[in-house]
Design a protein around this ligand. Structure first.
Ligand code: CA
Length: 221
């Protein structure tokens, strides 16, 4: 799962990036409204954290522009004050959730997990399929009830596949959702991660769809 964090305050931006990476997300950042609007229009983020008070273009204008062009990714607004008028404006402009500063990183991560689940049509924070349970709160994998260690990259690949069970994902789509903007997106690397993951999962858990990509579970109708 890949996020955009648009926040102009450098220390908060850095803390957000570190905390959300620690929570299992790939994280891109923007420090002004112009760059944020551009990135959110061209990159398929799984969710976006958008500060309202941004230089260049304020968060509400950025959000309104995205929604006008049909960008339907989940957006969580960060508001400076807990003013009800600002919340109403934000939600009416197309926000899915908001959090007033100051906030706890754990609460932000939890709300983002919920937004990502909702947009993928998943109800539970623990993703289950066959003998495999992936807990998105702790990034922990269990196979037949036994814990199995995952690297951060392996977690992101498996989490994206599990959120989209039944759908065949192309290498390109998977790469766009597991790597940040500055990562080296060599598709061979993705094959290496999937091969390593396979060794940690039951046989044939990840189905290879020749010439296309990968899938978990039976193909959805
Ligand atoms: Ca700000």
């Amino acid at each position: 799962m890949r996020l955009l964090v648009a926040e102009d305050e450098p220390e908060l931006r850095r803390q957000l990036q570190l905390a959300l990476q620690g929570a299992g997300f790939a994280v891109d950042t923007a420090d002004n409204g112009i760059d944020a609007q551009h990135l959110g229009s061209v990159e398929p983020y799984d969710a976006i954290v958008l500060d309202i008070g941004l230089p260049g273009r304020d968060g509400l204008a950025v959000l309104a522009a995205w929604r006008r062009e049909g960008m339907d990714r989940p957006v969580l607004l960060l508001t400076a004050r807990a003013s009800w008028q600002e919340k109403v404006k934000g939600i009416d402009a197309g926000a899915d959730d908001y959090l007033a500063k100051p906030f706890q990183m754990e609460e932000l991560a939890s709300r983002l997990r919920a937004l990502v689940r909702r947009s993928a049509g998943v109800a539970s924070a623990v993703l289950l399929h066959g003998a495999v349970a992936l807990d998105t709160r702790s990034c922990a994998l269990q196979v037949e009830g036994r814990p199995v260690a995952l690297t951060a990259h392996e977690y992101r690949v498996l989490a994206y596949l599990m959120h989209h069970r039944g759908r065949t994902l192309t290498r390109g789509e998977l790469a766009e959702h597991v790597y940040g903007q500055d990562a080296d997106r060599d598709s061979n690397t993705l094959d290496v991660f999937v091969a390593r993951l396979r060794r940690k999962l039951p046989p044939d858990f990840i189905v290879t769809v020749r010439g296309i990509g990968w899938r978990i579970g039976a193909a959805a109708p």
